[in-house]
Each structure stands twice: as structure tokens, then as C-alpha cells.
Design a protein around this ligand. Structure first.
Ligand SMILES: Cc1ncc(COP(=O)(O)O)c(C=O)c1O
Length: 380
């Protein structure tokens, strides 16, 4: 099956009893056993559920992986990957990860004996340089949230292999439409399905996709044992949302490029970061590794934080909101919203200034998005 066909069809069959083209939702906690010691493939929804299984198979096929394990959020998916580790293990991690990820690593997982070194993974030598005898995993986010840094996944994959490390990639921003990290040597790919994959701001969810049976077994065990699994309804909604993923991404990318160019040429804008712009520091690797650049842009105004706040307070069509990757254009202030828990010095060292604005360009008409930004920029 070609990619676009997989998005719509992979794993989906008409309901055998009614012919319903949309798979029914199995909103059930448990399953009646025909006899002691024998079930019909399902025994309790924390362990497995037919609607969840369908979604896991569909997303795994789209990502080009054998196995998918769904969780109740992107964060629960990241956490589940960390369950592959033991106390004393060390992780080398991209330095510009989503603030919720670094909050989890630095404030929770360190209490369980894990340690983390953050490096600018745009240079693979930094990743290799941070490896210690106790390192067990490399964790890469690409493009990063919010600075849209791109890591050369193939180069880092070679390092992971050489040092026999787990290699995890958070590919939430890129989506399998534009990047499939398993093809570059990743052992597991994580998505917050809250974002582009479900696409309509309708749910919170996540998934881990892998070709490795041992990793999948562990993810299944974590699902069953800890239970941070999505509801059947959220899985069903994700299955509906994902059917248009390829079409939405095309429009997000077209609009993203138009808005990034508009911002780059605006006198009040000091700096724009968008992988589709030639000015992006990793534009070359982005071009090689990704087949599109999404709707994610970050930028700073010449007037700094005050101007940025005025812009965000004056948008009318764009929504001032956490999250990204949905059909609506959303504007976010990372320093007070998504990355508020990253200490200020660390934020500044990373280039995540108080004046940084992140925009998730939606699929509205780009003229409307630009005229909204124009009027808000006039007030900034
Ligand atoms: C790159 C990335 N990974 C993971 C997450 C966490 O996902 P969720 O909000 O679904 O827990 C986010 C959330 O913004 C994210 O941007």
C-alpha cells in the first residue's frame, strides 16, 4: 500500500456483522470469557481493547513500524520508554525538548536514579561526546519544541548502534508524513497524538512505535501494569482524525511556508525559525531528511517580550493557546506557557528567550492568518 492509502485504510476493515465502514467503538472495561482459561483475545481494557488495537496497528503501519503501543498522552508515551531503563542509567537528550519532557526528566525521573545530559544534538559529535559508561539511551526530539532544531537522525543512529544504546525519537512535530525515524535507525518513535495525528484539538493521547519485539513487549507490559492507556473513545476519535493526516499536513506546510516568509519580511520581526526557510541553520539536513516542514514556526520581535505580549494579546483569528498541530492556528508564549518550568537561566542558555513566540499555523486561508498577524503586529 502507498503511504496515503495506508493513512486511510491500514488495518481498517468493514465491521463483519453490520458492514459499517467506520469501525465500531468498543467502549467496554471487560470481556466475557467463553470458559475458564480462554478468552477471545481480550480480557480487560487496561491490557488491550479492540478499538485501541486498531489504532495502534493503523499508526504503526503509517510510521512504517511493526508494533504500536498507545498511551493516554504524549507524556505517558515518553515516560513508558524511560521504563526500559533502571536506576543508575544515563540518557543523552536533545537540549531543546518540549518543556514537559525536561520537567519529567529533571523533577521526577532523577528521583528514581536516572540521570540526563542535555546536548545540542544538531551536532552529532555533541551526542557522542556526552556518552558515559552508564549511558543506556539517546533521546532525540526533531524538530524540537519550540526552537525547531533538526537532528541528523542517521548520524545519531550510527552512534547509538556503535555504543549499543536505545535510540528514541520524539517525532511529534514532523509526523510520519514528513519523517519516519525508524528508517534512520531509531529503535522507537514517540508521538503526542494530541497534535497533528489526531489533528482537531479533540483529545490527549500518545503512541510508541517500534520494530523491536523486546521493546514492544515492554510497552505492552507497561500498558497493562501501569494503565496510562487511552480510552476507546479517544482511540476511535484518533482513527477518524488520522484519515486526513496527509491532506492536513500538506496545507499546514503550505501555510507554514507562507506565514514564515511573511514574518521574515516584516520590519517588526527580528528572527524567524522555520525549517523550510533557507535561513534555518539546519535547512540542508531538514531538506534531506524531511519531505515537508509543517506549520510550526517560532519568532522574536524587535521589541522583545513587551512587543511579543502585545502581539499575542491582540490576535483575533489566531488562538492564544497551549498545544499545536491542530486545524486552528494557535499562538503560544513558551516562556510562560509550554516551557514555564524550565529555569530562566537554562531557557536563556538554550536561546529560548522571554520574547520568543511560537505559532502553530493551521489550515485556514493563509490570507486570513496573515491579515490577523498584520493587525496584531501593528499594535506590537
Ligand atoms: C514534542 C512533544 N512531545 C511530547 C509532548 C507531550 O504530549 P502530550 O501533551 O500529549 O502529553 C508534547 C506536547 O506539547 C510535545 O510538543
Amino acid at each position: 500500500m502507498k503511504f496515503d492509502t495506508k493513512v486511510v485504510r491500514a488495518g481498517i476493515k468493514p465491521d463483519p456483522t453490520t458492514g459499517a465502514i467506520v469501525p465500531p467503538m468498543y467502549q467496554t472495561a471487560t470481556y466475557v470469557l467463553p470458559e475458564v482459561g480462554r478468552d477471545l483475545g481480550f480480557d480487560y481494557t487496561r491490557s488491550a481493547n479492540p478499538t485501541r488495537q486498531l489504532m495502534e496497528e493503523n499508526l504503526a503501519a503509517i510510521e512504517g513500524g511493526k508494533y504500536g503501543a498507545a498511551f493516554a498522552s504524549g507524556m505517558a508515551s515518553v515516560d513508558s520508554c524511560m521504563k526500559l531503563l533502571k536506576s543508575g542509567d544515563h540518557v543523552v537528550c536533545s537540549d531543546d525538548v518540549y518543556g514537559g519532557v525536561s520537567r519529567h526528566f529533571d523533577n521526577i525521573l532523577v528521583n528514581y536514579g536516572l540521570s540526563f545530559t542535555y546536548v545540542d544534538s544538531t551536532d552529532p559529535a555533541n551526542v557522542e561526546g556526552a556518552i558515559k559508561p552508564e549511558t543506556r539511551m539517546i533521546w532525540i526530539e526533531t524538530p524540537t519544541n519550540p526552537l525547531l532544531k533538526i537532528t541528523d537522525l542517521y548520524a545519531v543512529g550510527k552512534i547509538a548502534k556503535k555504543h549499543n544504546l536505545f535510540y528514541g525519537v520524539d517525532s511529534t512535530f514532523a509526523t510520519p508524513v514528513y519523517l519516519r525515524p525508524l528508517e534512520y535507525g531509531a529503535d522507537m518513535v514517540v508521538h503526542s497524538t494530541t497534535k497533528y495525528i489526531s489533528g482537531h484539538n479533540q483529545l490527549i493521547g500518545g503512541i510508541v512505535i517500534t520494530n523491536r519485539e523486546d521493546i514492544f513487549e515492554e510497552m505492552r507490559y507497561v500498558q497493562k501494569t501501569i494503565g496510562a492507556v487511552p480510552s476507546p473513545f479517544d482511540c476511535w476519535l484518533t482513527l477518524l482524525g488520522v484519515k486526513t493526516l496527509h491532506l492536513r499536513m500538506e496545507k499546514h506546510s503550505q501555510n507554514g511556508q507562507i506565514v514564515a516568509q511573511f514574518l521574515e519580511n516584516h520590519p517588526k520581526v527580528a528572527r524567524v525559525t522555520y525549517p523550510g526557510l533557507e535561513s534555518h541553520l539546519q535547512h540542508t539536513i531538514a531538506k534531506e531528511q524531511m519531505s515537508g516542514y509543517t506549520g510550526m514556526i517560532s519568532f522574536e520581535l524587535t521589541g522583545g517580550i513587551q512587543a511579543g505580549k502585545k502581539l499575542m494579546n491582540n490576535v483575533q483569528l489566531c488562538s492564544l493557546a497551549e498545544s499545536l498541530g491542530a486545524v486552528e492556528t494557535m499562538i503560544t508564549h513558551p516562556a510562560t506557557m509550554t516551557h514555564v518550568d524550565v529555569p530562566r537561566e537554562e531557557r536563556e542558555a538554550r536561546g529560548l528567550t522571554d520574547g520568543l513566540v511560537r505559532i502553530s499555523v493551521g489550515i485556514e486561508d493563509p490570507e486570513d492568518i496573515i491579515s490577523d498577524l498584520k493587525q496584531a503586529l501593528e499594535k506590537a
